[in-house]
Design a protein around this ligand. Structure first.
Ligand code: G6P
Length: 581
C-alpha cells in the first residue's frame, strides 16, 4: 500500500505534493511526509493524515520534491517511520511503496559498514544502499539501479538528491505512473494527483527505472534505454472532487446509475475470447467487494447459462490445486491487489487464459492478463467500494448477456433507471434500527447471499458496527444464539424459488426477538405484515433486483455511519488498494 508522488517543474513543489498526497490517501493514511530539494534536502514528516493536518509541509521551498502517505507494514505509524527516509549524509531522500523482504539482512550488512538507521522501516535500507552506490559513481539512475538489484520484494520508489536535477523512479510490482506536463513532470502511484495538470501519462513496467526532469523522461530496462507509450487519460478533474456532497462515498453512490449505464455501453461490443463459447472451466479470483461481485457472477452464470464456475479468494487460490485449463477471471477495481495478481500469475503459469476486470487503465493487472475488460466507474476515492462494485456487476452481467446471445441487452441498458429510483428512497426507519445495534445480520439466498455479504461489509467498514452476511438458511446453525432486540436482521427476500423459505426464515428470526428489515419486491403484501420495516424495490428481473438491493444496502451503511459521525471516506485501519499479500 502507501501512496507516493514526485514533482519537478517550475512551480514550488511542496503545495503540489501536499494536494497530491491528499488524493492518494485512499492508499494509506497513518503518516505522511514530503522532501524537497533546494540546494539541500528539506524534510517534513509526521504521524497522522495530511488531509487533517498538513502543518507547514506545504511551505518547503524547491521546485522538485517527493512525498508519501503511509499504510504501515514495518514499524508502527509514528514520525520517525514516516517517509521520506534520508541517507547518512542527508543528501538523498527516498519514498517507497511496497515491502522489502530481505531488508533485515541488508540492514545488518549496512550497519556493519557504518550506516546509522533512524527508523524501524524496511525502506530505510534502500536509501543507504543508494547512498553507497551514489558515492561510488555519482550517477543517480545508475546508483538506484545497482541498489534495487539487491532488493527482494516489491517497490515503487522515488529518489531525490540535493545535487541532482533528476528524480529517479523505479518500479517492481507496485504501481507507478508518469504525468507529462508543460515543463513539469509528475510521478505518482496513480493518475489522480496529476489529473488537473495533464492528460498525458506513461505507465512504467516492472523492472523500469526512470530518470525524470521537468522536460525529459528517460526510461531504462535491464540497462537498455526503452520507450514506453504516452497514453491519454479520460478521467476528468471533476471526477476526483466531492462536487457538493458531504463525502466521496455518497457522491460515488449517486454516480452509480451513470456508471452502470456507461459500463454496459462501454462493454457492449467487447469481443469475448473464444473461451466464452467453449464450455471450459471458469475460475474467478478476487478479494473484498470484488470477491462478492465474483460470487454474484458465479450464481448468475450457473442460473442463467448453466455454466459451473469455481470461485476462490485470491489469497486462497494457491492452496487448492490450480485449474489445468480454461479461463481464470481476476476481478480487481484497482488492478493492483497483490493477492489477485499472484493468483493470476499462477493461473498463467498453469496455461489458463486470464481475463482481468478492472477500473484502472494501465494498472498492473492489465499488463498481466491476456485480456482486460474495463469498468467505466471513473476514480473511486472513498475507501469503501460502491460504484466500482456496481461497475464490476455491469461487466459481469454483460458477460452473462453475451453468453446468452445478447438476450438481456435491453434489460441491462435500462437497469440504471431502477438504480435512480432507489437513490430517492427514505431509509431513515432502517437507520434508526441499525445505529444502536450491537450486531447486524444480513441474510439472503442464491445471488442475494453475496449481496448480503457486500451489504454487511459496507456496514462494518464505515460504521464500525459488527455486521455479518449469511446465507439465510445458515443462521439457525449457530448465529441464532446471538439474536435479540439489539441484533436487527436485514433480509433480502425477492420473488422466485427462494421466496417461501425466506418467509419462513424471517418468521424464525422474528420469533427470536430480532427486528427484521425486509427488502423485497415492490407490491409484496406479505413482507410488510411480518417485518418491522419493509423496503420495496423496483426491478422486475434478477439483474435489477441485485443492483437495487446492493444500492439500498450501501445507503443504509452510509446513513448509519453518518448518524454515528464516522470518518466515512477514510475508515480506521483500512486502505483502498491492498498491495501486500
Ligand atoms: C480493499 C478495499 C476493498 C476492495 C478490496 C479489493 O480491501 O478496501 O474495497 O474490495 O481491497 O480491491 P480490488 O482493487 O482488488 O478490487
Amino acid at each position: 500500500m502507501c501512496g507516493i508522488i514526485g514533482y519537478t517543474g517550475k512551480k514550488n513543489a511542496a503545495p503540489i505534493l501536499v494536494e497530491g498526497l491528499k488524493k492518494l490517501e485512499y492508499r494509506g493514511y497513518d503518516s505522511f511526509g514530503i522532501a524537497t530539494a533546494d540546494g539541500a534536502i528539506s524534510v517534513i514528516k509526521k504521524e497522522g493524515r495530511i488531509s487533517n493536518h498538513a502543518g507547514n509541509a506545504g511551505t518547503l521551498k524547491g521546485t522538485r520534491g517527493i512525498g508519501h502517505t503511509r499504510w504501515a507494514t514495518h514499524g508502527i505509524p509514528n514520525d520517525k517511520n514516516a517517509h521520506p527516509h534520508t541517507d547518512c549524509t542527508n543528501r538523498i531522500a527516498l519514498v517507497h511503496n511496497g515491502i522489502i523482504e530481505n531488508y533485515a539482512e541488508l540492514k545488518r550488512e549496512l550497519i556493519k559498514r557504518g550506516h546509522v538507521f533512524r527508523s524501524d522501516t524496511d525502506t530505510e535500507a534502500i536509501v543507504h544502499l543508494v547512498e553507497e552506490e551514489y558515492a561510488k559513481q555519482h550517477d543517480l539512475p545508475e546508483a538506484v539501479r545497482a541498489a534495487v538489484s539487491r532488493l527482494k520484494g516489491s517497490y515503487a520508489l522515488l529518489v531525490l538528491a540535493s545535487d541532482e536535477e533528476t528524480i529517479v523512479a523505479a518500479r517492481m510490482a507496485s504501481p507507478l505512473v508518469l504525468g507529462i506536463g508543460d515543463a513539469e513532470t509528475f510521478i505518482a502511484s496513480d493518475i489522480t494527483p496529476m489529473l488537473e495538470y495533464t492528460e498525458r501519462v506513461i505507465f512504467l513496467d516492472d523492472g523500469d527505472i526512470a530518470a525524470v526532469t521537468r522536460d525529459d523522461v528517460s526510461i531504462y530496462h535491464n540497462c537498455e534505454r526503452v520507450e514506453r507509450p504516452v497514453e491519454l487519460i479520460d478521467w476528468s478533474v471533476e471526477d476526483g472532487k466531492k462536487g457538493g456532497f458531504a463525502h466521496y462515498m455518497v457522491k460515488e453512490i449517486y454516480e452509480q446509475p451513470q456508471v452502470f449505464y456507461n459500463t454496459i455501453r462501454g462493454t457492449d461490443d467487447a469481443s469475448l475470447p473464444d473461451y466464452y463459447r467453449m464450455k471450459d472451466p471458469i475460475t474467478i479470483v478476487a478479494c473484498g467487494s470484488s470477491y462478492h461481485a465474483g460470487m454474484v457472477f458465479k450464481y448468475l452464470l450457473e442460473e442463467c447459462c448453466q455454466v459451473p464456475a469455481r470461485l476462490d479468494y485470491a489469497s486462497e487460490f494457491r492452496y487448492y490445486p490450480s485449474p489445468a485449463s480454461g479461463l481464470v477471471i481476476g476481478i480487481t477495481q484497482s488492478g493492483e491487489t497483490a493477492d489477485t495478481l499472484v493468483a493470476l500469475r499462477l493461473a498463467k503459469a498453469h496455461n489458463c487464459h486470464t481475463l482481468a476486470i478492472t477500473n484502472v487503465l494501465g494498472s498492473t493487472v492489465t499488463r498481466l492478463a491476456d485480456t482486460t475488460f474495463y469498468m467505466r466507474a471513473g476514480p473511486e476515492i472513498s475507501v469503501a467500494a460502491t460504484k466500482s462494485f456496481i461497475a464490476q456487476l455491469a461487466v459481469l452481467m454483460q458477460i452473462i448477456n453475451k453468453f446468452c446471445g445478447n438476450n438481456h441487452s435491453d434489460t441491462l441498458l435500462d437497469a440504471h433507471t431502477a438504480i435512480e429510483e432507489v437513490l430517492l428512497m427514505d431509509i431513515s426507519e432502517t437507520v434508526a434500527l441499525c445505529e444502536n445495534a450491537r450486531s447486524i445480520f444480513y441474510v439472503g439466498r442464491g445471488p442475494f447471499y453475496p449481496v448480503a455479504l457486500e451489504g454487511a461489509l459496507k456496514m462494518k467498514e464505515i460504521s464500525y458496527i459488527h455486521a455479518e452476511g449469511y446465507a439465510a438458511g445458515e443462521l439457525k446453525h449457530g448465529p441464532f444464539a446471538l439474536l435479540s432486540d439489539k441484533t436487527p436482521v436485514i433480509a433480502l427476500c425477492m420473488p422466485g424459488e427462494t421466496y417461501d423459505v425466506m418467509i419462513s426464515n424471517i418468521k424464525e428470526m422474528k420469533a427470536r426477538g430480532s427486528p427484521v428489515i425486509a427488502i423485497g419486491r415492490n407490491g409484496d403484501t406479505n413482507l410488510p405484515e411480518i417485518c418491522d420495516v419493509f423496503i420495496p424495490l423496483p426491478g422486475a428481473n434478477i439483474f435489477t433486483q441485485i443492483l437495487t438491493a446492493t444500492v439500498v444496502l450501501q445507503l443504509i451503511a452510509y446513513h448509519t455511519a453518518e448518524t454515528l459521525g464516522r470518518d466515512i471516506d477514510r475508515p480506521r485501519n483500512l486502505a483502498k488498494s491492498v498491495t501486500v499479500e
